[in-house]
Design a protein around this ligand. Structure first.
Ligand SMILES: [Zn+2]
Length: 171
């Protein structure tokens, strides 16, 4: 059974402000947060995220050094959360534009990454560059393209960053 380790962050029912308590509703499912007043079940869903492995004409890969926690000072490819109602591909293109200044085009799905006890589900695409000038936003300290042989494996921000790059490079 998977964990929902962030479920204790919520104390009150979003409908009636009654107290939430942990209840086992189905044997095969995790404990749920249930309102003791109105019986509302507060399901905690996964959070959908998207990432883009941006490849230039020399087959170098774009990485950003993070200016925010988690993973401050570590390298990651552009990405972020998909907004409710936003197409996943549109979110991928938007995040790349925001975080490194490049307009990209989706080439293919690399894979989908999820981990027990962790809310994000990360969809990673390979993309190519259409146009734009390389630039950081306020979430990045530095942005640059790396030849595959120089990827900073010991200094990547997340498990999904490492796994997706390994899978993409087949190494
Ligand atoms: Zn309630």
């Amino acid at each position: 059974m998977h964990l929902q380790n962030d479920s204790t962050n919520y104390k009150f029912c979003p409908h009636c402000s009654g107290a939430l308590e942990q209840r086992l509703i189905k044997q095969t499912e995790p404990m749920r947060l249930v309102c003791i007043k109105c019986d509302f079940i507060f399901y905690l869903d996964p959070k959908l995220a998207v990432g883009t492995i941006i490849v230039n004409k020399e087959n170098h890969i774009l990485l950003i050094r993070r200016a925010i926690e988690p993973g401050y000072g570590k390298w990651v490819f552009p990405g972020g959360y998909v907004d409710r109602g936003e197409e996943v591909i549109a979110a991928a293109i938007r995040e790349a534009r925001e975080e490194c200044g490049l307009k990209v085009q989706i080439e293919r799905l690399v894979n989908i990454y999820s981990y027990a006890g962790s809310a994000p589900v990360i969809i990673v695409y390979e993309t190519s560059v259409i146009e734009g000038q390389l630039a950081c936003d306020d979430e990045g300290l530095e942005v640059r393209f790396f030849p595959p042989s120089e990827i900073p494996w010991d200094n990547l921000a997340f498990k999904s960053t490492r796994e997706a790059l390994h899978e993409f490079l087949k190494i």
